[in-house]
Design a protein. Structure first.
Ligand SMILES: Cc1cc2nc3c(=O)[nH]c(=O)nc-3n(C[C@H](O)[C@H](O)[C@H](O)COP(=O)(O)O)c2cc1C
Length: 178
């Protein structure tokens, strides 16, 4: 990494937002390693770590993913993408639910790490749509028993995307539901 200052954790959490506008600059292997390390640092049920990751930087492959995913067109200007995959056979009790839950936590870590590095990222859905999972599996040669949970484009934000204020006291029940 260069001499960039990493903001504190709560600032990163509050500033994270889905980034849909990228400058087109590339993302370095070093930056991708940091994102993958953050993903693998996530908690998982009984520490099964039922996840694997496909990292894509090839422009043609990124564009192919954009062609098949209806709500991932921002990938055309992203520098890379990480596809977080859940593996039910490696999850606690071989449960699909744990594969999805644990891989979701890995995904959120990746989104937060991107924000910490001054990059932008966004979860775009593959799971639970059979047609999207099929297309992603086909382009990336992912086995049928592996769940491609999402495609996370990563790039340099233009600055257009801003964090949303979401705190809502009405969503909090104190002591009991009321
Ligand atoms: C499970 C899930 C699926 C999502 N799928 C898409 C998607 O396919 N395309 C997209 O543009 N955004 C997608 N998003 C991003 C959400 O739209 C975004 O997180 C939400 O609007 C809140 O905005 P924020 O991330 O900036 O806080 C998805 C988010 C989640 C958690």
């Amino acid at each position: 990494m260069n001499q960039q200052t990493i903001p504190d954790t709560l600032t990163v959490i509050r500033n994270r937002r889905s980034v849909r506008n990228y400058t087109g600059e590339s993302v370095t292997q070093g930056q991708l390693e940091i994102l993958l390390d953050a993903g693998m640092a996530a908690p998982s049920a009984v520490n099964c770590q039922p996840w694997e990751f496909v990292v894509v930087t090839d422009r043609k492959t990124l564009d192919k993913l954009g062609d098949v995913l209806p709500y991932a067109k921002m990938i055309y200007t992203a520098g890379a993408a990480i596809i977080v995959c859940g593996i039910p056979s490696k999850a606690h009790k071989q449960m699909v639910e744990y594969a999805v839950i644990d891989s979701t936590l890995a995904s959120e870590n990746i989104l937060l790490a991107a924000e910490a590095l001054g990059l932008g990222a966004i979860w775009t859905a593959a799971y639970p749509y059979p047609d999207r999972m099929k297309s992603v599996r086909s382009i990336l040669n992912i086995p049928s028993e592996v769940i491609p949970l999402n495609v996370i484009p990563v790039g340099h934000p233009t600055g257009e995307d801003k964090p949303k204020e979401k705190f809502n006291p009405n969503k909090i029940h104190r002591e009991k539901w009321q």
